[in-house]
Design a protein around this ligand. Structure first.
Ligand code: ADP
Length: 540
């Protein structure tokens, strides 16, 4: 017999309706591009999102059409999240740090019809506008007073004019929950960017799971500042989760340096934040150099790249801020695992606890994972055996926007290499492409980087495999020293003694001023590999 429960489609607009009705007074605070602070409530957000939904309709945006954004974390971006997806169109968040050629390619691939952007990106949009034939309307996310007197973009529209020009008497439409809601391209660290199209259903299920206590632990009691950009996999889902639970939201705009972030954390009483390790490095450096402390921060979510144990230790031991290490991918909306401790592990102290917290963690309900060998055979969960990580679940990609189905028997191959321990905690040892293969054996570059990062003279470290005449490949350690420091080769290599097998110890150490970072703040090891290709070869 069929169930007799209501059938309500899981729609993104329902999250906003809930926030308006049940958390209408809760604040959303944004640092604007102009530098000032803007504040309003979820009630205001909902009304303006409805106005913008009408405005989009008036611009000819139909169901399924793509509306792109090039914008920082802020209230207008949040309005578009709901206005566009809620009305049945598809929100395409573009990463402004991409090369203009790549940006033009992605807009064409997605066939974006409208492009909304912050004034910071006006020069960028002016430079590429002629190469965006699909875009019928350009919208500057600003008010009339901040519109440029002259611009190379014909018919440039003003966001606030659009918002003022329409009433908020708009009823969010109901449609099939499997309809596309938003689009994000992979950051292309490992090849050409590929479009990942989320659905309303996948997004709402991801929101419900992501807010759980063992995942991001979001609630109405929190004040959340997502440092992770809204163009980087929907700021890890925080803009949706915040509506669902009614958390106060704080948006940092373009000011992502340590000083600006710290000031906003303190001024707004931020309790929960999230971002990639490179951002936290700058924040910690600022806090430590100025002898500051966090008075309200309770927890920080670190993901997108491996969180070095030294960073975990600094947050937890020196600043009393708990770290939640998490792993995800654009293809996973993005949450795959989060490292919250089961009770038997929470009781551990010191180094043992730190070792567990350095893992990428365990899956929430809704995602399943396994590790396999080269033939696809499942490997044991012993915390030692590593293999390719495969996942499946309600918010895992089945197919890219264009292109083949990457899945194998219903499992998505992540391209990450990992172990899983008996408690179900997954630990990434490498990306398949970054793995160092010495004499046929794998060396985990992330382990070596974590050890290097714990050295007091090291600010940032990358370990790459470079060609070697005898061993095919050997590890080379590339480091950015802390200001005023110049660690020597022997000193650095001695630091590895006893911490890893002897044959894992890098062959050499090079000091550089900076390690190239990609559009989402990750180290571009492919560029380093290219640069140091000859480093260990004779006659180089
Ligand atoms: P791209 O793969 O193009 O960089 P994503 O932003 O989707 O785009 O990145 C996903 C990848 O980032 C994962 O496959 C993994 O290699 C890496 N990653 C994400 N989180 C972590 C983490 N906590 N530790 C190690 N690697 C991570």
């Amino acid at each position: 017999m069929n169930g007799l429960m209501m059938q309500q489609p899981l729609l993104i607009s329902a999250l906003l309706r809930h926030a308006e009705r049940h958390h209408g007074e809760r604040e959303i605070v944004s640092r604007r591009v102009e530098g000032d602070i803007h504040r309003y409530t979820y009630r205001d957000l909902a009304a303006r999102a409805r106005r913008m939904a009408r405005a989009m309709e008036a611009l000819g945006v139909a169901s399924g059409d793509r509306v792109a954004t090039l914008a920082w974390n802020g209230y207008r971006h949040m309005e578009l999240y709901y206005a566009v997806s809620g009305s049945g169109a598809v929100l395409h968040t573009l990463n402004p740090r991409l090369h203009p050629d790549q940006l033009a390619w992605i807009v064409g691939d997605a066939q974006d019809g409208v492009l909304c952007f912050d004034s910071t990106f006006l020069p960028l949009v002016e430079a590429v506008a002629a190469r965006l034939p699909s875009v019928r309307h350009f919208v500057l996310m600003s008010d009339r007073a901040h519109m440029p007197a002259e611009t190379g973009i014909p018919g440039l529209l003003c966001y606030e004019d659009l918002c003022d020009g329409h009433g908020d008497d708009y009823a969010w439409p109901e449609f099939d929950e499997n309809r596309a809601s938003s689009l994000c391209y992979t950051s292309g660290t490992t090849g050409n960017p590929k479009g990942v199209l989320y659905s309303h259903r996948s997004t709402v299920l991801h929101t419900m799971a992501g807010a759980l206590p063992d995942v991001l632990d979001m609630s109405a009691r929190e004040t959340v500042l997502p440092v992770v950009p809204m163009f980087h996999v929907n700021a890890w889902g925080i803009p949706y989760m915040a509506c669902m639970v009614g958390a106060k939201l704080v948006f940092p705009g373009p000011a992502l340096d340590g000083k600006s972030l710290y000031e906003l954390f303190e001024a707004e009483g931020v309790t929960l934040t999230a971002g990639v390790p490179t951002v936290w490095q700058a924040l910690l450096a600022h806090v430590e150099a100025n002898d500051l402390h966090f008075s309200t921060m309770r927890r920080t979510v670190i993901g997108g790249a491996a969180c070095p144990p030294a960073m975990l230790d600094a947050f937890q031991e020196h600043h009393g801020v708990e770290v939640l290490h998490a792993w995800g991918m654009t293809e996973l909306s993005p949450i795959g695992t989060a490292c919250s401790l089961k009770p038997e592990l929470a009781a551990l102290g010191g180094k043992q606890r730190l070792a567990i917290q350095s893992k990428q963690g365990r899956v929430p309900f809704g995602v399943d994972m396994k590790i396999v060998d080269a033939d696809g055979g499942e490997l044991p969960w012993d915390g030692k055996t590593s293999g390719e990580l495969l996942v499946r679940g309600h918010w895992v990609l089945a197919k890219y926007l264009r292109g083949p189905d990457p899945c194998i028997d219903g499992w998505f191959p992540t391209g990450d290499v990992s172990t899983i321990d008996a408690y179900g905690y997954m630990q990434i040892t490498d990306r398949a492409k970054d793995v160092i293969k010495s004499g046929g054996e794998w060396i985990g570059s992330i382990d070596l980087e974590n050890i290097a990062m714990a050295h007091p003279k090291v600010a940032m470290a990358a370990c790459i495999g470079v060609p070697h005449p005898k061993w095919d490949e050997r590890p080379l350690l590339v480091i950015v020293p802390k200001p005023g420091e110049e660690p020597g080769r022997d000193e650095m290599l001695a630091h590895f003694e006893g911490k890893v097998a002897r044959w894992w110890i890098p062959d050499d150490v090079v000091l550089v001023d900076a390690i190239p970072l990609g559009a989402t703040g990750k180290m571009q090891k492919n560029r380093l590999r290219e640069q140091f290709r000859q480093h260990l070869m004779p006659n180089a």
